[in-house]
Design a protein around this ligand. Structure first.
Ligand code: PEP
Length: 264
């Protein structure tokens, strides 16, 4: 059974104060309320992971304000070079020092607002793995690409460019893929659970073609795009969706908790 992942991407939101309070409220729930305790048991039994990705400035606060190890911390990005004259960038060894477990790579906002290419994202993926920070690698098509029947082509290009040099063991054990159709991110338009599952199934078939059955059975594939407490259970009930990457609805403990509960 693949371990479910519920991951909150805070984007450019969240001060240190906000982060401390969020973690404290979430940990209190995990330790004291009935559903929180069930989630804690699922985490301990390795059936579920709960991840939050605050901005860089709050990462140390997130990592060190946790009292238990139940919440994992992810960075939202990093640069592939280890050090050097790259003003404004953060390297993977810097994230390693902060004890970040995961890093989001290739989020559509990085691809489309900051112009990150498949080539750069391949380098970032490799650099993350070299630093033993587990990548949550995002892929997804634009609305125009879906409407012109090119969704599969786009996903295949994004993935083949990213993982061509990786081994099946590394992909199976260390890489998480997030399918995030660009037209569903922050727009309130969620892909139907059937469409999301079909796209995740297609991604799994790409993993099968490249790495074989063991990897395609074990790789975790998340869905992201306007996930809310009202649609999370339906999405998570689908065979190929192993978790959710959540933007807006991860910024309030109350809605994030409801989404986590729906993974039980
Ligand atoms: C995201 O940021 O990855 C995301 C899916 O955002 P939202 O849930 O707000 O659509």
């Amino acid at each position: 059974m693949r371990r479910k992942m519920i991951a909150g991407n805070w984007k450019m939101h969240g001060t240190k104060e906000f982060t401390k309070k969020f973690i404290s409220d979430l940990e209190t729930w995990l330790d004291s309320e009935e559903t929180g305790i069930k989630v804690s048991e699922a985490i301990e039994d390795k059936e579920m992971e709960v991840v939050i990705a605050p901005p860089f400035t709050a990462l140390d606060c997130a990592v060190f304000s946790r009292i238990t190890g139940k919440i994992r911390i992810a960075a939202q990005n990093a640069y592939h070079e280890r050090k050097g004259a790259f003003t404004g960038e953060i390297s993977f060894p810097m994230l390693e020092e902060l004890r970040c477990k995961y890093v989001i790579i290739g989020h559509s906002e990085r691809r489309h607002i900051f112009g990150e290419s498949n080539k750069i994202l391949e380098k970032k993926l490799i650099a993350a793995l070299e630093s033993h920070i587990l990548p949550i690698f995002c892929v997804g098509e634009l609305l125009s690409e879906r409407e012109s029947g090119n969704m599969e082509k786009v996903l295949a290009e994004q993935l083949s460019s990213a993982w061509w040099s990786l081994t099946s063991d590394v992909v199976a054990e260390m890489v998480v893929i997030a399918y995030e159709p660009v037209w569903a991110i922050g727009t309130g338009k969620t892909a139907s659970s059937e469409d999301a599952d079909d796209a995740c199934d297609y991604i799994r078939s790409l993993a099968f073609d490249k790495f074989g059955a063991a990897t395609s059975d074990s790789i975790r594939i998340l869905y992201g795009g306007s996930v809310k407490p009202e649609n999370s259970r339906d999405l998570l009930s689908r065979e190929n969706i192993d978790g959710l990457l959540i933007g807006g609805a991860s910024l309030e403990v109350s809605s994030f908790k409801k989404i986590i509960e729906s993974a039980l």
